[in-house]
Design a protein around this ligand. Sequence first.
Ligand SMILES: Cc1ncc(COP(=O)(O)O)c(C=O)c1O
Length: 433
Amino acid sequence: MRRNIVHPGASELTYEIREIVAVGERLKTLGVPVYWENIGDPIAKGRQMPQWIKDIVADLVANDDSSWGYSPTKGILATRQFIANERNAEGGVQITPDDILFFNGLGDAIQTTFMYLHSSARVLGPSPAYPAHSSAEGAHAKSEHLTYDLLPENGWLPDLEDLRNKVKYNPNIAGILIINPDNPTGTVYPEETLRGMIDIAREFDLFVISDEIYSRITYGETKMVPLSAVLGDVPGMAMKGLSKEIPWPGSRCGWVEFYNKNVDSNFAKFAKSLVDAKQLEVCSTTLPQKALPRIFAHSNYQAHLAGVADEYAGKADFLADAFADIDGLTLVKPQGAFYASPTFDAGKLRNDQTLPIADEAVRAYIEEIVTNVPNDKRFVYYLLGATGICVVPLSGMNSRLEGFRMTLLEPDEEVFADIVERLATAIKEYLES
Ligand SMILES: Cc1ncc(COP(=O)(O)O)c(C=O)c1O
């Protein structure tokens, strides 16, 4: 090239959740049946959509030609009004349709948010991290993503004193990111912790981003508290979407709710810049915005959500029981979303542990790819080669902890139980090797 055309932040763009797929696909060609426990797509895992949801979408496609057209840049007014009414009825920060901006999925919202953030303004996010946030934030700053630690010994909640110090000693930090319920840990933040984080934001004049895409998938003791309920007068934005709760990831439909835009003119300008950016793109997907109020207001919707939450609660219990007696592994039982992230206790993983792999070609391939990889990735590769179970190493999710993320998505209970039991056996065997 005549000159370097690579963005200086390009090396921050990693997405381990999908990168592991290449290894799984290669193993498939070698005859290994692969169980995809890495990707958070309930549809890909075989969830059947209820007929009443299909009927709403089919009716729109057949009878409402406007569902085929562009929509206003911010999103369809009636849908934004519906969301604003829902939010305002919950109490807390009040919003109008003008405070809502639709995106082509939260992936788009995340990219756009960090792309248009001043390049020296940093957002401190959780570790382990969901890679879309950490990569986008790192790429925008052309540097590694800045994180606060979620601690398994603390139920995957952060140490607020440590978080406060990170903010205090880095004047570039302009915002705090919370993922609630969290991906990859499945933790749901108690109100007290959220208030503590918001107090830090208030003290240092920061804004708060709360990714609440899993807000209606909770099944533990901790009640889900949305950002809007506890934010008070601090500027903030909540990210919500249809991908997980309906679930309709293929709709590419998510939205941002801006809170307290008008208490800070700089935050208001930032919010406007995101609308202006979306305007250049024209608008976001129309059909799911049309369907949203009809699905959310449908008499079956609450029962639909409750049924799904019950299912994940049962799986979380089963997993916790199956892993309870594994010496060297810690599992915090998830309370929301559909992931669990077991961690290996310090010093339990080494770079010479293995699992037996009978097939010579498979073993040779795994031995080839485990050189110079983090210890938890080595475990993940051996697990994949030996059992076909595909999970994501936590080292690929901006974490200093060794562990892996798996999902609770497998809809067939017997298959789920079999995967968990084979996983537990493999972990024990690996740790003893
Ligand atoms: C925490 C979190 N935020 C955002 C997204 C992206 O969702 P979308 O399908 O709306 O792009 C995901 C997807 O897994 C997620 O886990």
